[in-house]
Design a protein around this ligand. Sequence first.
Ligand code: GDP
Length: 497
Amino acid sequence: MSETTIAAISTAYGEAGIGIVRMSGPDSLDVLRKVFVPGRNGQTQSSSEGLATAKQLQNDAAPESPAAQVLGNTGPWIPQPRHMYFGRIVDPKDGSVADECLAVFMPGPQSYTGEDVAEVQCHGSVLSYKKILSLMLENGAQPAEPGEFTKRAFLNGRMDLAQAEAVIDLIKARSARSFDCAVGQLEGSLSQKIRAVRAELLDLLTELAVNMDYPDEDIEELTYGRLLNRISLINDELIKLKTSSEEGRILREGLLAAIVGKPNVGKSSLMNVLLREDRSIVTDVPGTTRDTIEEQISLRGIAIRFVDTAGIRSSADKVESIGIERSKDAFNRAELLLLVLDSSAGISAEDMELIEMAKDRPVIVILNKDDLPAAGSSGPTIEDEICSILPGVRIVRLSAKTGEGLLQLEDSIEEFVTGGRVRREEDVLVTNVRHIALIDKAIEELSEAARMTKASEAMDFIEVNVRAAFDALGEITGETASGEVIEEVFRRFCLGK
Ligand code: GDP
């Protein structure tokens, strides 16, 4: 339990309906009492609620506080836990009023941090937050580090490390699905899964130890066959979790899709129609350049960042070449290419160049302008031509003008993200790169343990790898995480969380 009391502005720094300044630590109530005067216009509540009993008075006398002055002889204010009190924040030095507000005291351990927590809800003005925070700091609190409230919650056992990381993911979620993932993780879905796998590994470690230490005892012998079976079963579960991680990563970070194609095939029209579908959640992505427009939409709950490229042709024009370079960069960075062709015009040599460039890249080919009559030709269909270069590629016919075919495009994009898997409610998605790396490490260790088991190597060597897998998974929930890992995790947090 921490000795210090920290304070920070917990709501966003700007104009709002209300703002929250909060404290956590052993002196939270003391500091609150020094700066908060309960009651309206200097009048305390008419009921005795919130006033000290004689016995409490002996312990809590703080005659110099404005709260005590307002309360007269009745002594310091004793709030009922988790009850809201109306009052004012007052500077104890000169009695000047900072703001009217509501205050609540939540004694530990049943608070967010597990410590005594006091929160003040004031008017949503930056000046009000700053004044209240500085009064708290002048009266015994210290400024909180970013994420320190959640870090304390973790250190006090209120949540594990994966749950603490879910808090930040939830705040930063850009799409409905990544938000849902973070909520699930906060509720403990990933932690439970990891704990279950660790419990199996611990059981295995115990059995290995018993077999090595007491080989002559009357216990069931752990044969190499049975050992391999157990290691493989556990590893399979981790591999399943790992498979979910690519989808999880996209849900978390969004998918970077580039709309590519030669001029006039309808790239901007397509982008606009996709954006219009979802106007309400369109956001500008910073880093937008003059030549490539990057915007984000939420398509069926998946965050997708669309880059509309300026066109990828060679050009002698210097300014245009810069644009082309940027387009090429967007082309190369894209996790999914939406290659747009004009179906009414047929495939030109320039289109062919792009189709060639899309080889071995994740791509959906869009045959736009399907509302117009197709270019008359007795040869192979456009689809056949494309498939001869990109075998098995997804092709969608649509019209950016009429909107016909857009649903199929959305289906294709969704299928690309989910890999066609239908996810069940209870499936756990791993979204965090730190977690993914640790699951990878555990899989690697168990695969090595399996290899050694097959080669009938000494059990104490095998045990080393099984233990390493056990420890790697423990880093996810924080059981075996080092101080540096914990510091690193909380560095990503915002102030006041
Ligand atoms: P970009 O240069 O690839 O971005 O192409 P634009 O989106 O600017 O479109 C070029 C022209 O094609 C414009 O006149 C559009 O109105 C038209 N266009 C785009 N999509 C369609 C479509 O699906 N059907 C028809 N008939 N015209 C389209």
